[in-house]
Ligand binder design. Structure first.
Ligand SMILES: [Zn+2]
Length: 249
């Protein structure tokens, strides 16, 4: 399935916790839908200040670097805009300010589709070749707290906060309108029910990921082989998977 929703409002908003998450979660779909006439936008909630194992790196240097890397990656995909809320990486809390920042972005862009993180605590993932691994069926990854927090705030922003005029009325004073998001696409969900074939843009997605030089710059070929495997399927094609939720009109 590659066709995006049938709508006149061809606007999508990807809401992610850290610089690079949007590219991992929905970068292929963003590139693909862009080629089909959609305007895709990114909103990044934290500043990525903790994303370095380099003893010489400081958060002060890393923050602007990662913001620029996110913009570079978005450019590769054709994503129209990146908005940053500058939350502290690793310490994101569900607050009125961050919820308001997400709601405001939704009201400003009026997207048909919103993409975000799952709120699941554990991600399970099986790679091709796992048959050799006796623990394969129990392997999992803890879903980062910032991801869970971002996913939760995004769901609440979509319904009901962005929709109802008495929530954050200051946005309306600024000339923004309330907005009903029509569809949610949640990556990393145990309840994934929808796959998007990104085979045509898998190299674009990988190129975008490699623009996050502070994260993957020194891992070269190895990194590319690993990310290719992550979205590959037994049929030889590449997919991003989502829990798709069509919301009542
Ligand atoms: Zn992340």
């Amino acid at each position: 399935m590659t066709q995006p929703p049938d709508t006149d409002n061809k606007v999508g908003l990807v809401i992610a916790a850290h610089p690079d998450d949007a590219d991992f979660g929905a970068g292929g779909t963003s590139a693909l839908w862009t080629t089909l006439g959609w305007q895709m936008h990114y909103l990044v909630v934290t500043n990525g200040a903790k994303g370095s194992a380099d003893p010489e790196m400081t958060s002060e240097r890393l923050i602007p670097m990662r913001e620029q890397e996110q913009r570079n990656a978005a450019d590769e995909l054709g994503v129209v805009s990146c908005t940053f809320l500058h939350g502290m990486d690793g310490e994101l809390e569900y607050t009125r300010d961050y919820l308001g920042g997400i709601v405001k972005t939704i009201r400003r862009l009026q997207p048909h589709a919103v993409f975000t993180h799952s709120t699941d605590y554990i991600h399970r993932r099986s790679f091709a070749g796992d048959d050799e691994d006796p623990l394969a069926e129990w392997r999992g990854f803890i879903n980062h707290r910032d991801h869970r927090c971002t996913g939760q705030m995004t769901l609440d922003a979509v319904y009901p906060t962005a929709r109802d005029r008495l929530n954050f009325p200051e946005h309306l004073d600024e000339g923004l309108e309330c907005h009903k998001v029509a569809e949610l696409f949640i990556w990393g969900s145990a309840n994934a029910n929808f796959e998007i074939d990104i085979t045509d843009v898998i190299q674009t997605k990988i190129r975008a990921l490699t623009r996050h030089v502070s994260q993957f710059g020194d891992r070269g070929e190895d990194f590319i082989a690993n990310v290719e495997k992550r979205w590959s399927s037994a049929d030889g094609r590449f997919y991003e998977n989502f829990e798709r939720v069509s919301l009542p009109i």
